[in-house]
Design a protein around this ligand. Sequence first.
Ligand code: SF4
Ligand code: SF4
Ligand code: SF4
Length: 386
Amino acid sequence: MIASIQTKNQSITRTLQDFFSDLLKTGAVDAVLVPSRISKSPYVKPCLVTSADQMDPTVPLGPGFFINAGPMVSRLTRTRADATIGVWLRPCEVRAFVELTKLRQGGRQDVVILSMDCPMALSRKDYEDWAAQGEGGLGDVDKWIHTVYQKPVTQVDAWSTARACQVCEYPYPVNADVSVMLLGADLDKEIPVRADTEKGEKLLAVLDLTDNGQEPAQRKALLGDLTADRTAAFQAMDEEMLTRTGSIDALNRFFSACVNCHNCRSVCPVCYCKECVFNTDAVAYAPAQYLSWADKWGQVPLPNDTVFFHLTRLAHIGCTCVGCGQCTLACPSQIPVADLFISVTRNARKAFDYVPGRDDAEPLPLSVFQESEFTDIVGMGNKEVT
Ligand code: SF4
Ligand code: SF4
Ligand code: SF4
């Protein structure tokens, strides 16, 4: 089913806020998870809203993206809540949540996933500048919306979108129950929405929306342009990463400003271990060990294990990085962590033909073993094993 929500007061923000209110008023959902401003600051966080008249602080679409909500939805669905929650997620948040469900860290039973053509994100500094230019401590969200959905852009006024967004593989809904199709839509008039699952159909039916079967006429062509631009941007980034990290020396230099704060791990939505090995005694070395390393190499930088930490993370999330860019946003040393992780993992998962979050039924590559992989691993190519 494809239907349209009529735009109200020429504001997409208001229209979406009312849409969420209607979901609550009609009982289609018991709560909505949606980005919302905290204490009138420009910063937004995913907030669980249960009251239809509490939508004013919410910012459903904007360039502020400082936490991937995938793990928040995982938190809300670890056990059954006897309630239905509508979760409004960017595509990389949906995909992160789906990956977590495969690790039994959450489930889809009690959520209806609403996703959208993504409004992209700004770096923290650019976001603060953008917010400072607007009224009431927030930038002009509706202007942002009208700019980013007309044609593929990487720049809005003085602000460049985050590099993770510039190379994003899936800036449109994947594996959602309801997809909001803003790209190429006549947003002064309407917002097209599509039900992609039975759950999505039921949700739209409650709102009495009429099936008109029409995606925005320009959307397909714009998605094609967007994909071509982002593929080219990814290739450029991939080559840059190879130059900047293609040897142990280069990798050490890339991470030379790393202070081992582990922020990149804390914000990573798919860094899934319940207990990180870097928080355990496994890396609490005896003092004599440091002295012995210093004797051996002439010096040992402290904190140590910085590159080892990143290599371990790369091994753990090699197939599941959803490219959200949060690790770069959170790094106090301004290391472009996501550029490296996106490059390495996108290349690595090609070997498994795996796309994180694409399909709930697709098992995590490292949790299953296919006979054909054996021949690759033991270096026998495709020769028959006897
Ligand atoms: S990485 Fe992709 S899905 Fe995530 S915020 Fe950026 S454009 Fe959106
Ligand atoms: S490694 Fe970085 S880009 Fe990849 S999922 Fe984690 S936070 Fe997002
Ligand atoms: S956030 Fe930056 S400084 Fe902190 S551990 Fe990660 S790369 Fe190192």
